[in-house]
Design a protein around this ligand. Sequence first.
Ligand code: M6R
Length: 597
Amino acid sequence: MCGIVGYLGASEAVPVLFDLLRRLEYRGYDSAGIAILNGSILTSKAKGRVDDLISITPEIGGCTGIGHTRWATHGKPSSENAHPHCDCKDTIAVVHNGIIENYIELKDKLIDSGHEFRSETDSEVLPHLIEECYAGNLESSVRNALSMVRGSYAIAVVSTGEPDRIVIARKDSPLVVGLGSDGYFVASDVAAILKHTKDVIFMDDGEIGVINKDGVNVTDLDGVFVEKKVETITWDPESAEKSGYEHFMLKEIFEQPAVIRETFSGRISSDGIDLDAALPNVRRIVIIACGTSYHAGLFGRYVIERFARIPVDVEIASEFRYIDPIIDCGDLVIAITQSGETADTLAAIREAGSRGSQKLGVVNVLGSSITRDCPCIYTRAGPEIGVAATKSFTSQLAVLLLMAIRLGRERRMISTAEMDDLVSGLRQMSGNIQRVLNDAPLIKECAKLFTDADQFMFMGRGANYPVALEGALKLKEISYIPAEGFAAGELKHGPLALIYDGIPVVAIATKDGVHEKMLGNIKEVKARGATVIGIANESDTEIDKYVDYVLRVPDADPWIAPILSSVVLQLFAYYVAYHRGCEIDKPRNLAKSVTVE
Ligand code: M6R
């Protein structure tokens, strides 16, 4: 939530900052702004998108600047509340991602000492505090100011007193510096700077960096020098571009065959599964996550319990933090997160660690905060820019399947014959996803029929239950149509009351151990007037008798089919939203990484 950027180098800063902001816009898009150092500080801010900012920004020369794209927490979206925020004399400008928890107390004191505030934000205390502490050295005034602050922050600061310098600092909000041939690039995540450079320094909590023409000097909050490693990002810069697709979401859906190949690359053989981190032998696994990643966790439970016979609990991270969880060193807590920055998930995994449990992350974004907290297995989906998670979800499912097989093998729960079948299924997965994608025109046509639906229901059983939940989340998130996902066996315990003549019900009915039960559930909703869209295997000709429309997935192992069905539902949600004219990559009120509670 919120993206911050900065540039210091040989080029004009404004176009670079706009480029960086555009790439970070998925983190927040209710207002944006920049500040350029050029003798004085020149700012431009606008309510709305980065394009709105670009349209009102006059020509501003200067090779050093900072910028921000906002997802409002304190104060409504407006140009006054947009960052950068300045001190009283307009000599210091700050962009901030995070929350200053004690801002009211700090603001009252600053007002008492004569500071004048121009916004309703928590962030504005920062430039005033820095101004209060400033005695000729920006770095130490930032350090002193931050010692008074409680909360989370990634900040970039410029001052007219120190031209050609950006001071940055981080605590609990992501921050990375790119080292390019024509300058230094600051951003909230690597995807924004990939076009400019692949060499980066990840800032850690409690670090302050000073960027000038000679390099980046990093110290801790006590001023002690910190030696930082320059890391080279392996992601292809093209992967953060739309590459001719109308939306990032569509591009990311279509990337899935390649993503799955990458997720599996070097990890599968008939002898076993090789993963980046060890899987400890534990009595119980607890999976914690939010949103789509939580749905992946539910799938993880089914496959780990099935193949490894280890009991698995799955918890919503924001609940887990506050339920006084019963965990100890006999448990492995696995945090699943695309971004590696979700505040609730990070807090939950830290809580688990503090209670002695073993920890593991399943993460997509390279160098993200969770990778600093625990050993991680990367999903290798590449940058995901669309707010709606797609390729990150299927790659999470794929990694969880790999983990389940590996644990099952280690615990001798999977026979060689079963292992061979699974490995062959995994090897065919990428091609099978491609076959689903080849049906995109059919899915688009079917979606068009439901453009004006008022409501949707999604049902599945077993490993298809999380798929139903995810299908409903995808649809509501981007089309704004209320959609409920539920376990089909629960129909008679409540959801059946929602069925009325013509309500669309998506039934995930691929062949598995509960297929017949699923057909029974379809009959129940049909009998009450629902229009049923079945997701079924290619060879399942019987299904046509039960449903109104069928969307097909290739015949596949019942534990692999849910991944294929997920792709169908992503396309279905995309096309419903597309036909409704929704702003697909940036759904209202949402942001890609939820870095606040
Ligand atoms: O980065 P994370 O996986 O931790 O994010 C968790 C959720 O915020 C995320 O999955 C969200 O639900 C997606 N927008 C859904 O498409």
